[in-house]
Design a binder for this molecule. Structure first.
Ligand SMILES: [Zn+2]
Ligand SMILES: [Zn+2]
Length: 196
């Protein structure tokens, strides 16, 4: 199943169950379904959603949707809310069509709260999870640290140095999980991380 904003692995999708299930909305049997318990649905009362499943097609058709935490605020059925003012952005900073597209996108499995990154007035595309070797591989000149610093906001950029064992040149591993996003418009890479 293709998503505009999610190009990670299926195993990175929140509330996805492997194994055949009947979709409670279209009643078709599917190899993969999402648990509907914590989704936006105009079909079921919230209390009736527990223990039910919805398929990819019904998600793409907006029969149910996911809310998302983004770096600009919280996205739900009412729109994108500025978390500081608790108000829907007015004028909108991201177009309605893009808000709908992100709601039709699975959540990312994270340890803390999901934080979907944005760029060029749009949500970025989630590419997957990187470990330190991925930064070396994806850097044009093999300088993984420089790529990491270019992708990571200053307030969370201490991770690289902090994870590097004393006397070691190249970083091989770290404890947290690093989520990578790419801009659909300018291809800028950004990322954030969390841990349990
Ligand atoms: Zn369905
Ligand atoms: Zn961009």
């Amino acid at each position: 199943m293709e998503f505009v904003y999610f190009k990670g692995l299926m195993e990175d999708m929140g509330d996805l169950f492997m194994g055949r299930k009947i979709c409670a909305i279209c009643h078709e049997e599917n190899d993969y379904c999402f648990a509907l318990e914590y989704t936006i649905s105009s079909i079921f009362e919230y209390k009736d959603q527990k223990g039910t499943f919805g398929c990819f097609k019904c998600l793409r058709d907006s029969k149910f949707e996911f809310w998302h935490s983004t770096e600009l605020g919280f996205l739900d059925e009412n729109g994108l809310m500025n978390t500081n003012t608790r108000k829907i952005y007015d004028p909108p900073i991201i177009s309605e069509e893009k808000l709908v597209e992100l709601r039709r996108t699975p959540q990312i499995i994270t340890y803390q709260e999901e934080k979907w990154l944005t760029h060029c007035n749009d949500f970025m595309v989630f590419k997957g999870i990187w470990t330190p070797p991925d930064f070396y591989k994806n850097s044009p000149d093999g300088d993984g640290k420089t790529l990491f610093l270019a992708m990571t906001d200053d307030n969370i950029a201490h991770l690289w140095e902090e994870s590097l064992p004393e006397g070691q040149e190249a970083l091989e591993e770290w404890y947290p999980t690093y989520y990578v996003f790419e801009c659909r418009h300018c291809n800028k890479l950004r990322g954030n991380w969390d841990c349990d």
